[in-house]
Write a protein that binds this ligand. Structure first.
Ligand SMILES: [Zn+2]
Length: 320
């Protein structure tokens, strides 16, 4: 039993190193892909003015005409977008951000290549951020934990995917203040499907209510803040991320998730203040705290969360 647990953890850990290397690509490229999608959508919508001449008058009244030059501008933007080279998670290959040196396969071995290159680009010797190997090591540790706890089973694979997606959202929101829908929805769907299949340990009922109340609770906070302060207090992505966490852990965990996310926020905020990374007046996104809370729940185990903060489960008996 112990031997097989150790073997499962080691194998999952090695897989985690490789996936962690891929997550570095996801973290860097998903926001860029999202910005491209926004521009593509914006231009496609402007083009619809040409395809549907009545559109302007339907919105602005029968006599209204689209502003001069709108169609020409949309056409020009569409041509520029067409010219962009392909950019997704697979292509182009990874390059050094400084000199454009193409990263060879042997320069791309998780952690080891970073150590062998002493943290510098093989061509121009510019420093490579230690974040890359740290993401690989963190993903490896989380995967090893899932392998150890659940074995090489669908349950272990699902919770490893949960960890991987949260690592991405944590750093993407930290970097860009955005939580891409593509990753939020994948997390939400996997949580619901995992519950329906009986693989996450959360009943389908608690999972669905978790998604609903997770979204609704922050929706109320979002609109309350907007009403009182006349500005957005948090992003729409935070609502979707808490819905996804609710789908994985169940509605009864939502209060605990919020509590833990404020602790994560305090720890991160203090850490950044001491390292001089926190500029006063610059808003910190809420997403990293939520993603961090999800990871904390995974690492200490949902059952232990319930023991540590029993008062956060007042509705537990009614939600089953
Ligand atoms: Zn270079």
């Amino acid at each position: 039993m112990l031997v097989s647990q150790g073997f499962d953890a080691a194998l999952a850990g090695v897989l985690g190193l490789l996936i962690g290397s891929f997550l570095n690509v996801v973290i860097y490229r998903t926001p860029v892909m999202m910005y491209r999608d926004w521009l593509n959508d914006a231009v496609a919508n402007l083009m619809s003015v040409k395809d549907m001449p009545s559109l302007w008058s339907l919105v602005f009244g029968p006599k209204a005409q689209p502003p001069a030059g709108l169609e020409a501008a949309a056409d020009k933007a569409a041509v520029e977008l067409e010219k962009l080279p392909r950019f997704d998670l697979m292509r182009p290959g990874s390059r050094c951000g400084s000199c454009g040196h193409e990263i060879r396969w042997y320069e791309n071995i998780p952690v080891l290549s970073y150590l062998a290159l002493r943290g510098r680009c093989g061509a121009c010797k510019t420093r490579i951020s230690p974040r890359y190997p740290l993401v690989e090591l963190a993903t490896a540790a989380l995967f090893a934990l899932c392998g150890h706890r659940f074995g090489l089973t669908p349950t272990g694979a699902l919770w490893a995917a949960f960890a991987a997606l949260l690592v991405c959202q944590f750093l993407i929101d930290f970097d860009t203040q955005f939580l891409p829908d593509s990753l939020n929805y994948l997390l939400l769907w996997l949580g619901l499907i995992g519950a329906a299949a009986g693989w996450t340990g959360t009943s389908l009922q608690l999972s669905v209510w978790g998604a609903v109340f997770g979204y609704l609770s922050l929706w109320l906070v979002y609109h309350g803040y907007l009403f009182v302060m006349k500005e957005e207090g948090m992003g729409q992505g935070d609502l979707k991320l808490l819905a996804a966490l609710g789908a994985w852990l169940g509605a009864d965990y939502l209060i605990a998730i919020i509590l833990i996310s404020s602790i994560v926020g305090a720890v991160l905020g203090l850490g950044m203040r001491f390292s001089g990374k926190l500029d006063k007046g610059v808003p910190i996104a809420f997403g990293p705290f939520l993603a961090g809370a999800g990871l904390v729940c995974l690492v200490i185990g949902p059952g232990v969360v319930k023991q540590w903060v029993p008062f956060a489960f007042p509705l537990g008996p009614w939600l089953h």
